[in-house]
Every structure is written in C-alpha cells, then in structure tokens.
Ligand binder design. Structure first.
Ligand code: ATP
Ligand code: MG
Length: 313
C-alpha cells in the first residue's frame, strides 16, 4: 500500500481558502483520514470553486456526513449541522422568537413603569438562531462555514420548498425584521439516503454526486486509515468479506461504517485473521437484520471465508 508523507496529518488549507486543485483537495481530505475517489474529490472541488451546494446521495454508511465534517476541518471553518427529520420546520431549522426573553423584557419595562414598542420586542436580540440563520449570518467571503443539511429526504416537501428559497439567495426573510442575506454563500452539503426522491427543483440548485460503495482497494485504504490497530491480514480479510456480502441479495448490505465496526470488533478480540467461529460470533457488527444474519450464517459464510482467506492480502 502507498505510504504517505509524515506531515499528511498536519496539512490544512485554513482560513476558508479551498485547495487549489482536485489533487490537492484529495490530499487534504486524506490528511484528515477521508479517502475520496477522484469523482467525489472533483465534485467537492467544483462545489467549492463555483460556490454551489453539493448534493450527495449514496447508500447508508458510505461517508456522506463524514465528507461535510472533513471539509470543515480542512478549510478550518465551523461545521453548522442541520439534521433533517419528518416534520422539521422553520422554527427548528432557521429561527424562532425567544418568547421567554420577550416576556422578561416586558416585565422589566413594566417594573420601571415604561412600556415597550413592538419593534423593540421583535429585534434581532430576541431571536433564537437555528442552523440556517446561523449559516447565513456568519458566512463571509473570507470564512464560509460548512452548512450540512443532513438527510434532507427525511424532511417533508413543504420544508424542501423553504430550503429552495434559502439556497437560491442565501437569504432568510423574517417578517418582523426583513431579509437577512449572507455576505458570501456558505459551503452547503446536502445528503440523502433516497428514502424518497428529492424534488428536481432542489437538485437543480446543486451539483450532484452519487457516492458508490468503495471498491476493495479503496475500502481497505479506509480500513487501514480508520482502524490502524487491526493487523494487515485481518483488515484485508474483513474488507474482502464485506465486499462479498455486498454482492448478495440482502435486505441491508453493509456500509463502510459496518466494515469499520467489524474490523474494530475483531481487533478488540485480539484476532489477526478471520476464522469460522469468530465470524459467526461477530457477524452482528456487519449485518443488522435477523433475516440477513440467517441468510449468511453457516454455509454461505463458510464459502465466503474460504474465498477470502485463500486470496493473499
Ligand atoms: N471515504 C471514507 N474515508 C474515510 N472514512 C470513511 C469513508 N467513508 C466512510 N467512512 C467512515 O464510515 C463511517 C460512516 O460514514 P458516514 O456517517 O459519513 O456515512 P453516511 O453516508 O453519512 O451514512 P448514513 O447514510 O447512514 O448517514 C464514518 O465513521 C466514516 O468515518
Ligand atoms: Mg450520514
């Protein structure tokens, strides 16, 4: 496997300045432990250069969320994360009036024998800032935070329509205050697991990239990076095993995160290679549905094990 320069873990762009080329961006990501293929590195590079949101889709556990975290780390900017869910609304995503503080202000004014005008109460001081407003307010040309809109497919269409507005102008309109516009667009990364199709209008505002499962070489590189305590042979066998499972007709195929969990578990058990017993006992780190466990356990696992251990690492 390729060896990396000793300073790879210290290299960073900093100050919100994106790396100057796709290759440099790939290096910077690798420096933070994220192994991107050239397609993904190109998509992210273009999103940064063109200041366009990046829409990432892919199976569970292929590194969508992690890419946003790593991007913030290499740029040296804050990560502002909005976890989407069914029923999410503006109050949770953008802003809310701080009623408790408003009440307190009214009481304090009353105790002084004064009264407060509506404009005093609906002033920016009384806003509770949620991720979208925070991103819009804090994004400047010199420092564009990463705004992660995670799992947008879980939100409903009404919220998606609101996002559309925010992502078109990077502006949030608060009726009592007026429009608040970002000085520079934040770096926006949206992710989806495709539990439903996200509307074309939203996708049109973004660059789109599908993250596939990594091939064997790349997944092994990820495993070596993330589970350095695992023996080389164990890492290779576990990765090959996970790759073989993805070829099967399973209810839920293992993602990269499952391969990492499994390898970590095997290393914690002091294993340096796979064998039938340990595979049987630890398969739950890799497969999370009883039907899938029933399908794989026994004969199928044995056959995979023979192929996996026969191949030199
Ligand atoms: N290319 C990669 N390089 C390094 N680590 C990776 C890579 N892809 C995935 N991982 C690791 O796999 C785990 C899962 O990644 P992540 O949570 O980003 O997946 P996801 O695509 O967001 O999954 P989900 O759809 O379930 O939210 C993380 O621990 C991450 O570090
Ligand atoms: Mg995720």
């Amino acid at each position: 496997m390729e060896r990396r320069s000793p300073n790879r873990h210290t290299r960073r762009s900093g100050g919100g300045v994106p790396p100057g080329s796709v290759a440099e961006l790939g290096e910077a990501l690798a420096g933070r432990g994220y192994i991107a293929d050239s397609g993904l590195a190109t998509a992210l590079y273009l999103a940064l250069r063109l200041e366009r949101p990046l829409f990432l889709e892919g199976e569970a556990g292929v590194g969508k969320t992690e890419l946003a975290k790593t991007t913030a780390a290499i740029l040296g900017v804050p990560l502002i994360r909005l976890q989407c869910y069914e029923g999410i609304d503006i109050a949770q995503a953008a802003y809310e009036w701080n009623y408790a503080r408003q009440m307190l202000a009214i009481r304090m004014a009353e105790s002084r024998g004064a009264s407060l005008a509506e404009a005093d109460l609906f002033a920016p001081d009384f806003l509770l800032r949620r991720p979208l407003l925070t991103a819009v307010e804090t994004s400047h040309p010199g420092s564009r935070p990463v705004l992660l809109l995670d799992e947008v497919d879980r939100s409903d269409e009404e919220f998606e329509a609101y996002l559309l507005e925010v992502l078109s102008d990077f502006q949030i309109t608060i009726p009592e205050v007026g429009p608040i516009r970002a000085e520079a667009p934040p770096v926006v990364i949206l992710t989806s697991n495709r539990t439903r199709e996200v509307h074309d209008a939203l996708k049109r505002r973004c660059l789109y990239h599908w993250i596939p499962y990594p091939d064997y070489e790349r997944e092994l590189e990820i495993v070596r990076e993330r589970v350095p305590q695992a023996a080389a042979r164990l890492a290779a066998e576990a990765t090959r095993f996970a790759q073989e499972l993805r070829e099967m007709d399973l209810f839920k195929r293992p993602g990269v995160s499952e391969t990492l969990d499994w390898t970590t578990a095997l290393a914690a058990l002091g294993r340096t290679a796979l064998d039938e017993k340990v595979v049987d006992r630890t398969l739950g780190a890799l497969l999370k549905y009883r039907d899938d466990l029933d399908t794989v356990r026994g004969e199928r696992a044995g056959a995979i094990l023979v192929r996996v251990t026969a191949t030199p690492a």
